[in-house]
Ligand binder design. Structure first.
Ligand SMILES: Nc1ncnc2c1ncn2[C@@H]1O[C@H](COP(=O)(O)OP(=O)(O)OP(=O)(O)O)[C@@H](O)[C@H]1O
Length: 633
């Protein structure tokens, strides 16, 4: 990594314009300059057989890394009619299947271990598709965490049973996780105490485990609910999951599903996934094989509810992941319909966990309506970036971008690179260009079919196409091991999007580089960028400070100018209202915690009235290491 940084420091735009003498002055990247002419790099040949066309003939299709999750390989109960969903709680399964446990007479019977499945689920060390925690993983301990609300339970410090279920601890070990990340430390006891949670945490800090660990662990201890007596004659066609996770994109739900498979190995809990753009018939058949934990995009779930294939009557745990993104994508009506107008138990009879990178007003309304007396958890400063990511901002005019990109890619010959563009057309154009220049690139964006997107991701993950050109579709949530470099070929206009994009590297304590091409067209983001770089102890180039100063006179003062309030408050907004009489707040870190009045006071209706009358219940503590608050982010 140091080498790459060094080489990047030495880069200049002029270097990129050196031709190879041909009349088309086609750029020849340094690593190809001394090769005999005539080839197009090691994977050349027929362009249509390459990495970025729709035929996908050119790269090896290793499905392990992909998103083709219609095959619920552990679901396998074929007794469709007389199956598990009619068992009403006991002796659910007749035929044990590899890796699938049972709940029998009020007891959990985990399945035997299975070598083949373990290799499939957890991979083997040093495989490109497995990611271990990086050298800076221990620094997570230094991230300031603020937990506020009534009666915040003590965080756990290790993966131990108790409080976790022993099977969950075994699966966590198989995943090579040695200790919990901050969000996991808090979420485990919070969920075990029956509390609701609203969590904001930095990218790559383990939020998926933050909800999967406690939900699965509690499920292993408490077992399934029986099918409601009110279920009609057609209940055998329906599934009655105990836990529902909603997330915005197909890729993200598929990824959560893959994680859920790992941690539910050998247990009675069978995870399933449904998302739009894929054959619904196949998804229904998979659901019928067993569905205790359902991971879904809102649109497809609504469809399945309307078809009577899913009942939410048994939901004990509702998780909304990337809630702000779901609202951005216009899913609020579907989410409200699913949570409030179908058969899901009310807020008092389920536990609800919400994860969101930002906490603007719209999310606060959802929290007010979906959660009860929740604990607010803030890990790191909301919207901040990790110091594990070295951020470089280069001044590059639009017409020079391709040339500079080629230099960057030539300098970075190990690890995976994601290049973000603003438009789908540019993503395709750039991927084709890179292919022509001898770089194995593939593209992912919303105009590609689900099949193409899965293929592209699989090729990228396995390293057969180590360069992924992407639009915002890949910006959030995706967790791909060994991504060492993010290039913002086009900067987004919202600083939050920038944070999420670069968060695809530097995950789980690993290090990474993020390079952005900046020019005067990106003036709207300059203030946010300067603040962010400063906050993460990154170098702020002179040109950027200068443009920021100029722009300050132009009037935009908000970071990036997000229309939704962008980064939003990182603090529990309930503290700002007038309704928390007698609240006490102790702040052990150094984040400023002055509470202001106004805003969310008595004008709120609905779910908050219960809070306002408390005389002594509300407390807030900041458990971060006070000396460390500047050391990591
Ligand atoms: N306790 C742990 N020990 C080691 N690695 C972990 C641990 N928890 C999670 N990870 C790994 O860290 C990476 C990031 O986790 P995850 O995808 O849950 O982050 P996230 O907070 O949801 O990120 P984002 O905000 O980008 O969606 C994953 O590769 C995951 O396997």
């Amino acid at each position: 990594m140091a080498d790459i940084t060094q080489q990047m420091n030495n880069l200049s735009v002029e270097q990129g314009s050196q031709g190879n003498g041909s009349s088309r002055s086609q750029y020849v990247p340094p690593h190809l300059r001394n090769r005999p002419s005539g080839g197009n790099g090691s994977f050349g040949g027929n362009r249509r057989g390459g990495f970025n066309n729709n035929s996908f003939g050119g790269y090896d299709n290793n499905r392990r890394g992909g998103y083709s999750n219609n095959n619920n390989s552990f679901g396998g109960y074929n007794n469709r009619r007389g199956g598990f969903n009619n068992s009403r709680g006991s002796g659910r399964y007749n035929t044990p299947k590899p890796g699938v446990g049972r709940w029998v007479d009020g007891k959990h019977e985990p399945a035997e271990r299975n070598d083949r499945l373990e290799k499939e689920l957890y991979g083997v060390d040093d495989e490109p598709t497995t990611q271990s925690s990086g050298i800076n993983f221990d620094n997570y301990d230094d991230i300031p965490v603020e937990a506020s609300g009534e009666g915040v339970p003590e965080p756990i410090t290790a993966f131990t049973a108790p409080p976790l279920d022993p099977l969950l601890v075994e699966n966590v070990k198989l995943s090579r996780f040695t200790k919990p990340t901050p969000v996991q430390k808090y979420s485990v006891p919070i969920v075990a105490a029956g509390r609701d949670l609203m969590a904001c945490a930095q990218t790559g800090s383990g939020k998926t485990g933050g909800f999967l660990f406690p939900v699965l662990s509690e499920s292993y201890m408490n077992g399934p609910a029986s099918v409601p007596e009110t279920a009609g004659a057609f209940s055998s066609h329906k599934v009655y999951p105990t836990a529902l996770v909603m997330a915005p994109t197909r890729e993200l739900v598929s990824q959560i599903f893959d994680e859920a498979k790992k941690f539910s190995y050998r247990s009675w809990v069978r995870p399933s996934v449904v998302y739009g753009g894929a054959d619904i018939g196949g998804q229904i058949r998979n659901l019928e094989r067993g569905c205790d934990l359902l991971v879904a995009t809102p649109g497809r779930l609504k469809d399945l509810l309307e078809r009577g294939r899913v009942s939410l009557a048994n939901i004990k745990y509702l998780v909304l992941d990337e809630a702000d993104r779901m609202l951005d994508m216009g899913f609020e009506p579907q989410i409200r319909h699913i949570v409030q107008e179908c058969d899901m138990p009310g807020v008092e009879d389920r536990q609800t966990l919400m994860f969101s990178a930002t906490f603007p007003k719209e999310i606060q309304y959802l929290a007010r309506d979906f959660l009860k007396e929740y604990i607010f958890l803030s890990v790191g400063r909301v919207g901040s970036t990790s110091e594990n990511i070295t951020q470089k901002i280069l001044y590059v005019e639009d017409e020079e971008k391709k040339s500079v990109l080629l230099d960057l890619l030539s300098a970075n010959d190990n690890g995976l690179t994601i290049i973000f563009t603003e438009t789908k057309r540019m993503a395709d154009n750039l991927a084709d260009f890179l292919y022509d220049q001898g770089f194995p690139a593939t593209a992912i964006h919303g105009d590609r079919s689900q099949y193409e997107r899965e293929k592209a991701l699989a090729a990228f993950k396995t390293g057969s196409a180590p360069i992924l050109v992407a639009t915002a579709v890949a910006a959030r949530g995706l967790d791909i091991p060994n991504v060492s470099h993010i290039v913002n070929f086009d900067l987004p206009s919202d600083i939050d999007d920038y944070v999420h994009r670069i968060g695809r590297t530097g995950r789980a304590g690993n290090i990474g580089i993020a390079t952005a091409f900046f020019n005067r067209n990106n003036k709207n983001i300059v203030k946010g960028l300067v603040d962010l770089l400063t906050e993460a102890n990154q170098e702020v180039p002179d040109f950027l400070s200068k443009i920021a100063r100029e722009s300050a006179f132009g009037g935009k003062s908000m970071r990036g100018g997000s229309t939704r309030g962008g980064r939003g408050p990182s603090r529990d907004f309930r503290k700002q209202g007038g309704g928390f009489g007698g609240s006490s707040s102790s702040n052990w870190g150094n984040s400023s915690s002055s509470s202001s009045s106004g805003g969310w006071g008595a004008s709120n209706n609905g779910g908050y009235s219960g809070y306002s009358g408390r005389s002594n219940g509300y407390s807030s503590s900041n458990y971060g290491n006070p000396s460390a608050s500047n050391s990591w982010w």
